[in-house]
Design a protein around this ligand. Structure first.
Ligand code: C2E
Ligand code: CA
Ligand code: CA
Ligand code: CA
Length: 276
Protein backbone atom coordinates (compact mmCIF):
# COMPACT_ATOMS: atom_id res chain seq x y z
CA UNK A 1 0.00 0.00 0.00
CA UNK A 2 3.02 2.29 0.53
CA UNK A 3 3.82 2.76 -3.14
CA UNK A 4 0.29 3.18 -4.13
CA UNK A 5 0.72 6.46 -5.98
CA UNK A 6 3.65 5.18 -7.98
CA UNK A 7 1.90 1.91 -8.68
CA UNK A 8 -1.03 3.77 -10.01
CA UNK A 9 1.19 5.87 -12.24
CA UNK A 10 2.68 2.74 -13.71
CA UNK A 11 -0.74 1.33 -14.13
CA UNK A 12 -1.89 4.39 -16.07
CA UNK A 13 1.15 4.46 -18.39
CA UNK A 14 0.75 0.80 -19.10
CA UNK A 15 -2.92 1.28 -19.62
CA UNK A 16 -2.34 4.20 -21.96
CA UNK A 17 0.36 2.35 -23.82
CA UNK A 18 -1.92 -0.60 -24.23
CA UNK A 19 -4.67 1.63 -25.55
CA UNK A 20 -2.36 3.17 -28.13
CA UNK A 21 -1.18 -0.30 -29.19
CA UNK A 22 -4.77 -1.48 -29.35
CA UNK A 23 -5.86 1.36 -31.55
CA UNK A 24 -2.90 0.84 -33.89
CA UNK A 25 -3.74 -2.82 -34.31
CA UNK A 26 -7.44 -2.01 -34.56
CA UNK A 27 -6.58 0.42 -37.36
CA UNK A 28 -4.71 -2.29 -39.25
CA UNK A 29 -7.29 -5.01 -38.59
CA UNK A 30 -10.19 -2.81 -39.60
CA UNK A 31 -8.73 -2.31 -43.07
CA UNK A 32 -7.82 -5.98 -43.42
CA UNK A 33 -11.36 -6.88 -42.44
CA UNK A 34 -12.73 -5.09 -45.48
CA UNK A 35 -10.48 -7.13 -47.78
CA UNK A 36 -11.52 -10.29 -45.94
CA UNK A 37 -15.24 -9.54 -46.19
CA UNK A 38 -15.77 -9.46 -42.45
CA UNK A 39 -18.34 -6.65 -42.40
CA UNK A 40 -22.06 -7.27 -42.54
CA UNK A 41 -25.09 -5.04 -42.53
CA UNK A 42 -27.89 -5.87 -40.16
CA UNK A 43 -31.32 -4.30 -40.48
CA UNK A 44 -33.56 -2.90 -37.78
CA UNK A 45 -37.24 -2.50 -38.67
CA UNK A 46 -38.85 0.94 -38.67
CA UNK A 47 -42.47 0.67 -37.60
CA UNK A 48 -45.34 2.90 -38.65
CA UNK A 49 -47.14 3.62 -35.38
CA UNK A 50 -50.66 3.91 -36.82
CA UNK A 51 -50.62 0.65 -38.76
CA UNK A 52 -48.07 -1.23 -36.66
CA UNK A 53 -46.32 -2.47 -39.81
CA UNK A 54 -42.72 -2.39 -41.00
CA UNK A 55 -42.20 0.51 -43.40
CA UNK A 56 -38.43 0.60 -43.53
CA UNK A 57 -35.14 -0.72 -42.26
CA UNK A 58 -32.06 0.96 -40.86
CA UNK A 59 -28.79 -0.61 -41.99
CA UNK A 60 -26.37 -1.04 -39.07
CA UNK A 61 -22.86 -2.30 -39.62
CA UNK A 62 -21.41 -5.34 -37.82
CA UNK A 63 -17.83 -6.50 -37.90
CA UNK A 64 -17.71 -10.24 -37.50
CA UNK A 65 -14.08 -11.08 -36.84
CA UNK A 66 -13.05 -14.75 -37.02
CA UNK A 67 -10.78 -14.23 -34.00
CA UNK A 68 -12.69 -11.69 -31.90
CA UNK A 69 -16.29 -12.39 -32.74
CA UNK A 70 -18.84 -9.66 -33.34
CA UNK A 71 -17.48 -6.15 -32.76
CA UNK A 72 -19.96 -3.30 -32.23
CA UNK A 73 -19.76 -0.20 -34.46
CA UNK A 74 -19.33 2.09 -31.45
CA UNK A 75 -15.86 0.56 -31.09
CA UNK A 76 -14.60 1.11 -34.63
CA UNK A 77 -16.69 3.82 -36.37
CA UNK A 78 -15.16 6.72 -34.41
CA UNK A 79 -11.64 5.41 -35.07
CA UNK A 80 -12.50 5.01 -38.75
CA UNK A 81 -13.66 8.63 -38.76
CA UNK A 82 -10.38 9.75 -37.19
CA UNK A 83 -8.07 7.82 -39.48
CA UNK A 84 -9.99 8.44 -42.69
CA UNK A 85 -10.97 4.81 -43.27
CA UNK A 86 -14.62 5.83 -42.95
CA UNK A 87 -14.65 6.93 -46.59
CA UNK A 88 -13.83 3.45 -47.82
CA UNK A 89 -15.94 1.67 -45.23
CA UNK A 90 -18.87 4.03 -45.78
CA UNK A 91 -18.72 3.42 -49.50
CA UNK A 92 -18.91 -0.33 -48.86
CA UNK A 93 -21.96 0.28 -46.60
CA UNK A 94 -23.72 2.28 -49.33
CA UNK A 95 -23.04 -0.33 -51.99
CA UNK A 96 -24.12 -3.23 -49.81
CA UNK A 97 -27.28 -1.49 -48.62
CA UNK A 98 -28.24 -0.65 -52.22
CA UNK A 99 -27.51 -4.24 -53.27
CA UNK A 100 -29.82 -5.53 -50.53
CA UNK A 101 -32.50 -2.95 -51.32
CA UNK A 102 -32.52 -4.06 -54.98
CA UNK A 103 -32.63 -7.73 -54.01
CA UNK A 104 -35.63 -7.11 -51.75
CA UNK A 105 -37.39 -4.91 -54.28
CA UNK A 106 -37.14 -7.71 -56.84
CA UNK A 107 -38.82 -10.03 -54.32
CA UNK A 108 -41.65 -7.58 -53.75
CA UNK A 109 -40.28 -6.32 -50.43
CA UNK A 110 -40.63 -2.67 -51.19
CA UNK A 111 -39.39 -0.81 -48.13
CA UNK A 112 -37.20 2.22 -47.66
CA UNK A 113 -33.65 1.78 -46.43
CA UNK A 114 -31.98 4.15 -44.00
CA UNK A 115 -28.21 4.44 -44.19
CA UNK A 116 -25.96 6.11 -41.62
CA UNK A 117 -23.49 8.44 -43.30
CA UNK A 118 -20.80 10.15 -41.27
CA UNK A 119 -20.18 13.87 -41.80
CA UNK A 120 -16.64 13.19 -42.94
CA UNK A 121 -17.85 10.83 -45.65
CA UNK A 122 -20.57 13.19 -46.83
CA UNK A 123 -18.05 16.03 -47.12
CA UNK A 124 -15.41 13.84 -48.80
CA UNK A 125 -14.50 14.11 -52.48
CA UNK A 126 -17.20 13.22 -54.96
CA UNK A 127 -19.73 11.87 -52.49
CA UNK A 128 -22.72 13.18 -54.45
CA UNK A 129 -21.50 12.03 -57.86
CA UNK A 130 -20.59 8.55 -56.68
CA UNK A 131 -23.81 8.18 -54.75
CA UNK A 132 -26.04 9.34 -57.61
CA UNK A 133 -24.21 7.01 -59.99
CA UNK A 134 -24.73 4.09 -57.61
CA UNK A 135 -28.48 4.76 -57.50
CA UNK A 136 -28.73 5.35 -61.26
CA UNK A 137 -26.76 2.21 -62.15
CA UNK A 138 -29.09 0.13 -59.99
CA UNK A 139 -32.26 1.97 -61.03
CA UNK A 140 -33.06 2.76 -57.43
CA UNK A 141 -35.93 5.12 -56.62
CA UNK A 142 -34.11 7.82 -54.59
CA UNK A 143 -37.28 8.37 -52.55
CA UNK A 144 -36.75 4.93 -51.01
CA UNK A 145 -33.31 5.86 -49.71
CA UNK A 146 -32.86 7.75 -46.51
CA UNK A 147 -29.56 9.19 -45.35
CA UNK A 148 -29.14 9.50 -41.58
CA UNK A 149 -26.86 12.31 -40.47
CA UNK A 150 -26.15 13.78 -37.04
CA UNK A 151 -25.99 17.33 -35.72
CA UNK A 152 -22.19 17.14 -35.81
CA UNK A 153 -22.47 17.83 -39.51
CA UNK A 154 -23.68 21.34 -38.73
CA UNK A 155 -20.75 22.27 -36.54
CA UNK A 156 -18.43 23.05 -39.45
CA UNK A 157 -18.41 23.83 -43.16
CA UNK A 158 -21.95 25.03 -43.02
CA UNK A 159 -22.04 26.40 -46.59
CA UNK A 160 -20.72 23.23 -48.10
CA UNK A 161 -22.98 21.02 -45.99
CA UNK A 162 -25.99 22.97 -46.99
CA UNK A 163 -25.13 22.61 -50.67
CA UNK A 164 -24.61 18.85 -50.41
CA UNK A 165 -27.78 18.23 -48.43
CA UNK A 166 -29.85 20.33 -50.82
CA UNK A 167 -28.39 18.49 -53.79
CA UNK A 168 -29.22 15.10 -52.25
CA UNK A 169 -32.68 16.29 -51.34
CA UNK A 170 -33.36 17.75 -54.79
CA UNK A 171 -32.35 14.41 -56.25
CA UNK A 172 -35.14 12.85 -54.17
CA UNK A 173 -33.21 11.20 -51.36
CA UNK A 174 -34.67 11.60 -47.86
CA UNK A 175 -32.63 13.16 -45.08
CA UNK A 176 -33.01 12.12 -41.44
CA UNK A 177 -31.53 13.92 -38.49
CA UNK A 178 -30.31 11.18 -36.12
CA UNK A 179 -29.90 11.34 -32.32
CA UNK A 180 -31.94 14.54 -32.28
CA UNK A 181 -31.57 16.55 -29.11
CA UNK A 182 -28.15 15.28 -28.09
CA UNK A 183 -25.94 17.61 -30.15
CA UNK A 184 -25.03 21.16 -29.37
CA UNK A 185 -25.90 23.12 -32.46
CA UNK A 186 -28.74 25.61 -32.57
CA UNK A 187 -32.23 24.86 -33.79
CA UNK A 188 -31.80 27.25 -36.70
CA UNK A 189 -30.43 24.45 -38.86
CA UNK A 190 -33.89 22.90 -38.91
CA UNK A 191 -34.91 25.93 -40.96
CA UNK A 192 -31.86 26.10 -43.18
CA UNK A 193 -31.38 22.45 -44.08
CA UNK A 194 -33.74 20.14 -45.98
CA UNK A 195 -34.58 17.63 -43.26
CA UNK A 196 -37.40 15.15 -43.87
CA UNK A 197 -37.29 13.11 -40.67
CA UNK A 198 -36.36 13.78 -37.05
CA UNK A 199 -35.18 10.85 -34.98
CA UNK A 200 -35.70 11.47 -31.26
CA UNK A 201 -32.75 10.08 -29.35
CA UNK A 202 -33.29 7.11 -27.04
CA UNK A 203 -32.37 9.22 -24.00
CA UNK A 204 -35.62 11.19 -24.39
CA UNK A 205 -37.66 8.07 -25.05
CA UNK A 206 -36.26 6.40 -21.91
CA UNK A 207 -37.49 9.36 -19.88
CA UNK A 208 -40.95 9.70 -21.48
CA UNK A 209 -42.75 8.89 -18.23
CA UNK A 210 -41.33 11.70 -16.13
CA UNK A 211 -43.07 15.05 -16.23
CA UNK A 212 -40.16 16.89 -17.82
CA UNK A 213 -39.35 13.95 -20.09
CA UNK A 214 -42.83 13.80 -21.54
CA UNK A 215 -42.75 17.54 -22.24
CA UNK A 216 -39.59 17.09 -24.30
CA UNK A 217 -40.99 14.19 -26.32
CA UNK A 218 -44.31 16.01 -26.88
CA UNK A 219 -42.57 19.20 -27.93
CA UNK A 220 -40.18 17.51 -30.36
CA UNK A 221 -43.04 15.60 -32.02
CA UNK A 222 -45.12 18.78 -32.37
CA UNK A 223 -42.22 20.86 -33.59
CA UNK A 224 -41.13 18.28 -36.18
CA UNK A 225 -44.62 17.82 -37.53
CA UNK A 226 -45.23 21.57 -37.67
CA UNK A 227 -42.11 21.78 -39.83
CA UNK A 228 -43.53 19.02 -42.09
CA UNK A 229 -41.13 16.39 -40.88
CA UNK A 230 -41.87 12.83 -39.89
CA UNK A 231 -40.86 12.09 -36.32
CA UNK A 232 -39.30 8.75 -35.39
CA UNK A 233 -38.71 7.55 -31.83
CA UNK A 234 -35.50 5.57 -31.26
CA UNK A 235 -34.75 2.91 -28.69
CA UNK A 236 -38.33 1.93 -27.83
CA UNK A 237 -38.20 -1.04 -25.46
CA UNK A 238 -41.65 -1.20 -23.82
CA UNK A 239 -45.25 -1.45 -24.86
CA UNK A 240 -46.13 1.58 -22.71
CA UNK A 241 -43.75 3.70 -24.75
CA UNK A 242 -45.46 2.70 -27.99
CA UNK A 243 -48.85 3.51 -26.46
CA UNK A 244 -47.64 6.90 -25.36
CA UNK A 245 -46.07 7.67 -28.74
CA UNK A 246 -49.26 6.61 -30.45
CA UNK A 247 -51.31 8.90 -28.20
CA UNK A 248 -49.22 11.94 -29.04
CA UNK A 249 -49.21 11.13 -32.78
CA UNK A 250 -45.54 10.25 -33.31
CA UNK A 251 -45.08 8.76 -36.80
CA UNK A 252 -42.68 5.84 -36.46
CA UNK A 253 -40.53 4.00 -33.97
CA UNK A 254 -37.59 1.63 -33.79
CA UNK A 255 -36.46 -0.42 -30.86
CA UNK A 256 -35.98 -3.75 -29.17
CA UNK A 257 -39.68 -3.84 -28.29
CA UNK A 258 -40.37 -4.72 -31.92
CA UNK A 259 -36.98 -6.08 -32.94
CA UNK A 260 -33.22 -5.69 -32.77
CA UNK A 261 -31.23 -5.30 -35.95
CA UNK A 262 -31.31 -8.65 -37.78
CA UNK A 263 -29.25 -10.16 -40.55
CA UNK A 264 -30.87 -9.81 -43.98
CA UNK A 265 -32.40 -13.31 -43.97
CA UNK A 266 -33.95 -12.96 -40.54
CA UNK A 267 -35.24 -9.50 -41.40
CA UNK A 268 -36.86 -10.91 -44.50
CA UNK A 269 -38.53 -13.72 -42.51
CA UNK A 270 -39.88 -11.24 -39.98
CA UNK A 271 -41.13 -8.92 -42.71
CA UNK A 272 -42.95 -11.71 -44.54
CA UNK A 273 -44.51 -13.00 -41.29
CA UNK A 274 -45.94 -9.66 -40.30
CA UNK A 275 -47.22 -8.75 -43.76
CA UNK A 276 -49.63 -11.73 -43.76
P1 C2E B 1 -27.47 4.89 -34.27
O1 C2E B 1 -27.44 5.26 -35.71
O2 C2E B 1 -28.07 5.87 -33.32
O3 C2E B 1 -28.18 3.48 -34.20
C1 C2E B 1 -28.99 3.06 -33.14
C2 C2E B 1 -28.26 2.12 -32.21
O4 C2E B 1 -29.11 1.77 -31.12
C3 C2E B 1 -27.87 0.80 -32.86
O5 C2E B 1 -26.69 0.34 -32.24
C4 C2E B 1 -29.06 -0.10 -32.49
O6 C2E B 1 -28.74 -1.48 -32.54
C5 C2E B 1 -29.32 0.37 -31.08
N1 C2E B 1 -30.71 0.15 -30.67
C6 C2E B 1 -31.82 0.09 -31.45
N2 C2E B 1 -32.93 -0.10 -30.71
C7 C2E B 1 -32.53 -0.17 -29.42
C8 C2E B 1 -33.21 -0.36 -28.18
O7 C2E B 1 -34.43 -0.52 -28.10
N3 C2E B 1 -32.44 -0.37 -27.04
C9 C2E B 1 -31.09 -0.21 -27.09
N4 C2E B 1 -30.41 -0.23 -25.94
N5 C2E B 1 -30.41 -0.01 -28.25
C10 C2E B 1 -31.12 0.01 -29.41
P2 C2E B 1 -25.46 -0.18 -33.07
O8 C2E B 1 -25.92 -1.02 -34.22
O9 C2E B 1 -24.49 -0.77 -32.12
O10 C2E B 1 -24.85 1.14 -33.71
C11 C2E B 1 -24.26 2.13 -32.91
C12 C2E B 1 -23.92 3.36 -33.72
O11 C2E B 1 -22.89 3.10 -34.67
C13 C2E B 1 -25.08 3.88 -34.55
O12 C2E B 1 -25.96 4.62 -33.74
C14 C2E B 1 -24.35 4.72 -35.57
O13 C2E B 1 -24.02 5.97 -35.04
C15 C2E B 1 -23.08 3.92 -35.79
N6 C2E B 1 -23.21 3.11 -37.01
C16 C2E B 1 -23.76 1.88 -37.17
N7 C2E B 1 -23.68 1.48 -38.45
C17 C2E B 1 -23.09 2.48 -39.13
C18 C2E B 1 -22.72 2.68 -40.51
O14 C2E B 1 -22.96 1.86 -41.40
N8 C2E B 1 -22.09 3.87 -40.82
C19 C2E B 1 -21.84 4.83 -39.88
N9 C2E B 1 -21.22 5.98 -40.27
N10 C2E B 1 -22.17 4.67 -38.60
C20 C2E B 1 -22.78 3.53 -38.21
CA1 CA C 1 -28.90 5.97 -37.15
CA1 CA D 1 -29.73 7.30 -33.39
CA1 CA E 1 -26.41 6.95 -31.51
Amino acid sequence: AKNRGRGRYHFFTEELNKRVQDSISLDKNMRKALENDEYQLHYQPKIDIKSGTIVGAEALIRWVSPTQGSIAPDVFISLAEENGFINELGWWVLQDAIRQHTLWKNKGIDISISINVSAKQLLGDNFIDQFKKLLDDNEVDPGKIDIEITEYLFLQHSEENSKILHELHDYGVKISLDDFGTGYSSLSYLKRFPIDNLKIDKAFIDDYDSKRGSIFVDTIVKMGQTLNMKVIAEGVEHKEQVEYLSKIGCDQYQGYYFSRALNADDFETLFLEQSH
